[in-house]
Design a protein around this ligand. Structure first.
Ligand SMILES: Cc1cc2nc3c(=O)[nH]c(=O)nc-3n(C[C@H](O)[C@H](O)[C@H](O)COP(=O)(O)OP(=O)(O)OC[C@H]3O[C@@H](n4cnc5c(N)ncnc54)[C@H](O)[C@@H]3O)c2cc1C
Length: 411
């Protein structure tokens, strides 16, 4: 009998398991993958996410894996630039973008070192119920026989297509249709730093340096372009860069060498999912997913992994009932993520609302406001510091925006 079973061992699952084991709880973590292994995901981690890795003693392992430090952000949205870097968060003055094959192994090993029992290549096929509560999992390791494990709480950290969510019948809410799709790959021969740019024709490209002296290069387009894109992905990939930033496209042709195949991903819809019930909870993409364009998936997985571990600890130690503790986890998660969810689902459309065009245009006229906006993006500055009406007025005054052009709320 375990205290907690965690299904899924990547950005959300490993931190939950590790943090609970460090507090003395008996934890089993299973994943149908084995590690090290890659995931379909790029790998931008915000400073606030890196701060969690630092607090857990894992950031040095990411840096030691020769993950390059990034200290300049080159953002642009419809020609409005935001260039600079956010103020340090918990002393972290750089961004690191480790490949998932690197990061996820660091996380799983840290969980194992903390005392978590880890079963790789174990696929969960069902949950065990008793008296209306989840009391365990059922599944098998590779081609082995069916096995059953029991615990006080089962955590589903098993991604979009969560088996745990399906088996408990967790409902989706606040669903917003997916805006687009991505293709990405890895290139040598580029010395580009980080760029994150949306053009005028519902097209985006992003790039950042990662391990092994490679640059990840990705494009995103809106769904209506998918059929055409699929007809010739190689050509369309370059055409997006041609459209958004022709000089970079030329450099890619002249100097870049693609080292891996292009990886496609059509995004699922954005959603929140009911994330707790008797004996179970969901964390990471299993419980809350939004378009990757703002790069908040892993940072949220860390933040909510820690939040959930704290609440489960309270439940296990008797400080409050487990049901109450899990309900509070979801309440806090939903309240804290609402602004990023709104911002992400808006910019994912790759168009710019008049509101954001006005606000971002004003921000870009000053380095001080740009640094503040980059701080919001990084998770170190509260959104109200720009977006509250009083602060918008100060911003508009500084930027000389006339009264009749000022917008205070998204339409
Ligand atoms: C194209 C793309 C680009 C992205 N770029 C970024 C980015 O730059 N920055 C960022 O922060 N986020 C990014 N994201 C989002 C990020 O990848 C996710 O938010 C993050 O991986 C969620 O972590 P997770 O642990 O919840 O789920 P996952 O990483 O999906 O892990 C789930 C795990 O559960 C296991 N599992 C599933 N079902 C079972 C089962 N039945 N039994 C056992 N194990 C099971 C899987 O094997 C897997 O290992 C991107 C996503 C995509 C698709």
């Amino acid at each position: 009998m375990f205290d907690v079973i965690v299904v899924g061992a990547r950005c959300a699952g490993s931190p939950v398991a590790m943090l609970l084991a460090r507090r003395g709880h008996r934890v089993l973590m299973v994943d149908r993958s084995s590690f090290p292994s890659d995931a379909v995901s790029t790998h931008y981690i915000h400073q606030s996410g890196l701060a969690r890795l630092q607090a857990w003693g894992l950031l040095d392992e990411v840096i030691d894996a020769k993950t390059p430090a990034i200290r300049t952000m080159n953002y642009a949205n419809h020609g409005i630039p935001l260039v600079g870097f956010a103020d340090p968060i918990d002393g972290i003055d750089a961004v690191y973008c480790p490949r998932r094959v690197v990061l996820d192994e660091i996380l799983v090993n840290a969980a194992r070192r903390a005392g978590v029992e880890v079963l790789e290549q174990f696929t969960v096929s069902d949950l065990v119920f008793a008296d209306g509560r989840v009391v365990g999992i059922r599944g098998r390791e590779g081609d082995g026989p069916d096995r059953e494990f029991r615990a006080s709480v089962v955590v589903g950290a098993d991604g979009f297509h969560s088996t745990v969510a399906r088996k408990v019948g967790a409902e989706l809410y606040n669903v917003r249709p997916a805006a687009g799709f991505t293709y990405y790959s890895y290139y040598s021969g580029l010395d580009w730093g980080l760029h994150h740019k949306t053009g005028f024709h519902e097209q985006w490209y992003g790039t950042w340096p990662t391990n092994d002296d490679l640059n990840m290069v990705a494009v995103i387009c809106t769904r209506r372009q998918l059929k055409e894109f699929r007809q010739d992905p190689e050509a369309r990939f370059l055409a997006v860069l041609d459209d958004v930033e022709p000089e970079m496209a030329q450099q890619l042709r002249d100097q870049g060498r693609r080292e891996e195949p292009l990886r496609p991903m059509r995004y699922p819809d954005n959603y929140y999912r009911q994330s707790h019930g008797p004996g179970w909870a969901l964390v990471g993409d299993a419980g809350y997913h939004k378009d990757p364009i703002t790069g908040w998936g892993m940072t949220d997985a860390f933040l909510h992994g820690e939040l959930l571990a704290d609440r489960i600890h309270e439940g296990l130690s008797g400080a409050r009932t487990m049901d109450d503790a899990l309900a509070d986890y979801v309440k806090v998660r939903d309240e804290e993520t609402a602004p990023v969810y709104d911002y992400t689902t808006s910019v994912a459309e790759l168009t710019l609302t008049p509101y954001l065009e006005t606000v971002l245009g004003a921000i870009s006229t000053s380095q001080e406001w740009t640094t503040k906006m980059l701080g919001i993006i990084a998770g170190g500055v509260e959104g109200y510091e720009i977006f509250a009406p009083d602060n918008l007025d100060r911003l508009y005054d500084d930027a000389g925006v006339p009264q009749h052009k000022r917008i205070y709320e998204p339409s």
